[in-house]
Each structure stands twice: as structure tokens, then as C-alpha cells.
Design a binder for this molecule. Structure first.
Ligand code: 13P
Ligand code: SF4
Length: 303
């Protein structure tokens, strides 16, 4: 038996014993995606976390995702297999800075991208994900809205809605690596390919695309679009599912070094240790969780 097979068997065995569910984001390494009960985008993973009957959720993703799972399932034990798997974009806004910004823009509702800490969600009126940002801002009964922390998703939502959006200057360092030049090189190499990109990408990259979607939306687009080749403008981990689910279609990364180092911190070994030791528990103080949940619930009511 190969070492990986042994680890996989141990994970499956322990998962049963602990009544655990394994959730993995679309950017996780292939081996981790393959042992997960559910692989998806931030929206679907949070819905899954809210719906599960398991006692333990092993979250193969980054810290804010595990926090969101804990907010939605406060009685469950939520584990992040690597406590250092964070999101630099989420760290670009803090609750203190947001409170100050709100004072400078009195009365304006705040939408926070799910890629933010529980403290920031607690200071926000609505949460959103990349799958529903446009719908959330469009639904809010206000002409001007503060959007944190991703300036690119916020700007994209403003171009697709009638709202004036006051942007925070956060960004995803991984998506920023996908430049118009890199994408143009791929377009020259694959002139018949459809281009689908994530809304965390630069505006100049979005302008060169055929479609803009969340990671789950990208998977749907590839499934439903009648083309043989696709250029994918997001973190390269998504290629695993794209290739697995679409035999016969070809997928090229817009930039092959668009790799999120934090998403790649989770390995099979760490998933196993996490189940063995019930580590590393992610929880949110009750008062913060209560306020953050209001913003998440308002999002869920819209979508
Ligand atoms: P989605 O999977 O929700 O599109 O999110 C992308 C992302 O950057 C998560 O960190
Ligand atoms: Fe954060 Fe970007 Fe990594 Fe997603 S891909 S976790 S937004 S740094």
C-alpha cells in the first residue's frame, strides 16, 4: 500500500469515528480535494457548513472560512488543519480601521466580502461572496455603499449595478499576479479558447475575458459552455476539478504561478493530524459571532 493510500484510509476511518465532515475549497491541492466530502466556493461551503449534521467540521481552506463555519455552526467543533493558513486580503482591513471609515461616511451601509475576519463581519451590515456580490449590492436600499476589503470585486460590482460603491483598497496578491500581459500571451497561444476569470482579478484582466465568475461559477461555465478550450483566470488549484469533471476539454491557467501559498498549506498529513488531535480549533467569541451572523444571514436571505 502506498503511503498516501495509508493516510487516506486513516483519514476516512477517523472521520467516521469522530462523526466529522471534510469541506475543501476549490483552491486546495488535488489530494485534499479528493478526500473531501464537499468541494466548493465560499458560498457553497458556508451553506454546507450550516446544513451538516456532523459534530466536527474539518475546514480545508483558510482561516476566515473556518471562522464563518463556526459562526454558522456554533455547537460544532471547527478545525483548520494548519493554523497559519490565513488570507492576506482579509488582513488588509481590521474592525478598528473599518469603524473609523464608517465615521467618515456616516449612515452608509457596509458590505464585507466573506474574505474578512469575524470582527470585520461584526462591523458590517451585509456579507457577500464573489458569487453574489452584484446581487447583494443591487438589493440594498441605498445609493451609496461601503465595500471592504477587495477593491476589485467592489469595483466589478459597481460596474454591474446602479450603486455608487466606496472602495477599500484591499486586494488578493494571488489574483494580482494575473496581469493583462500574461493573459494576452495565453490568448495568443490558444486563440479559440474562452476566457473566464474571477472578479478578484484586475479590471484590465476582466476586460479581456468572456465571462467573470466565482470559482463555482467558473466550473459551471466550463461545464455548460460549448467550447473545447478555456483559459482560466484564477488560482491554479481549480484546474484539478476542471480537468476531472470535463474530460475532453482543455484548460490553461491565465498565469501558471497564480498560486495561493496559504491555500496550499493544507496537506493530507495535516488533515490526518487534525482529526487525530482535534486541532486546530477555530471559534469566534459569542458576541462577535452573533453580530457577524446578522451580516451573513442578510446575505443568505438575498441569494
Ligand atoms: P470563491 O471560491 O468564493 O470564488 O472565492 C475565491 C477566493 O479567493 C477564496 O479565497
Ligand atoms: Fe486570500 Fe487570495 Fe488566497 Fe483567496 S486566493 S485565500 S483571496 S490570498
Amino acid at each position: 500500500m502506498k503511503c498516501d493510500d495509508r493516510i487516506v484510509n486513516e483519514i476516512l476511518e477517523l472521520k467516521k469515528r469522530r462523526n466529522a465532515v471534510i469541506l475543501a475549497h476549490n483552491y486546495q491541492i488535488g489530494e485534499v480535494q479528493d478526500i473531501a466530502d464537499f468541494v466548493g466556493d465560499s458560498l457553497r461551503l458556508s451553506q454546507q457548513a450550516a446544513a451538516t449534521n456532523a459534530d466536527v467540521i474539518v475546514f480545508c481552506g483558510v482561516h476566515f472560512m473556518a471562522e464563518t463555519a463556526s459562526i454558522l455552526s456554533p455547537t460544532k467543533t471547527v478545525l483548520l488543519p494548519d493554523p497559519n493558513a490565513g488570507c492576506p486580503m482579509a488582513d488588509m482591513v481590521t474592525a478598528d480601521k473599518l469603524r473609523k471609515f464608517k465615521q467618515e461616511h456616516p449612515g452608509m451601509p457596509v458590505v464585507c466580502y466573506v474574505n474578512s475576519s469575524a470582527d470585520v463581519k461584526a462591523e458590517s451590515d451585509y456579507c457577500c461572496t464573489s458569487a453574489n456580490a452584484v446581487k447583494v449590492v443591487e438589493t440594498i436600499d441605498a445609493d451609496e455603499i461601503i465595500f471592504v476589503p477587495d477593491q476589485h470585486l467592489g469595483h466589478y460590482a459597481s460596474t454591474k449595478s446602479s450603486k455608487k460603491i466606496i472602495l477599500w483598497n484591499g486586494f488578493c496578491p494571488t489574483h494580482r499576479r494575473i496581469t493583462p500581459d500574461a493573459l494576452m500571451k495565453q490568448k495568443d497561444l490558444h486563440p479559440n479558447a474562452k476566457v473566464v476569470v474571477h472578479p478578484e482579478c484586475l479590471e484590465e484582466v476582466i476586460k479581456l475575458s468572456d465571462a467573470v465568475a466565482s470559482t463555482e461559477g467558473i466550473l459551471r461555465y466550463a461545464r455548460e459552455t460549448d467550447a473545447e478550450e478555456f483559459i482560466i483566470g484564477t488560482e491554479v488549484g481549480i484546474l484539478h476539478r476542471l480537468n476531472k469533471e470535463n474530460p475532453g476539454k482543455k484548460f490553461y491557467p491565465a498565469f501558471e504561478r497564480a498560486i495561493c501559498p496559504n491555500m496550499k498549506k493544507i496537506t493530507l498529513e495535516k488533515v490526518l493530524w487534525s482529526l487525530q488531535d482535534l486541532s486546530h480549533v477555530v471559534s469566534v467569541p459569542e458576541e462577535t459571532a452573533k453580530r457577524a451572523k446578522l451580516a451573513i444571514d442578510r446575505m443568505i436571505a438575498i441569494v
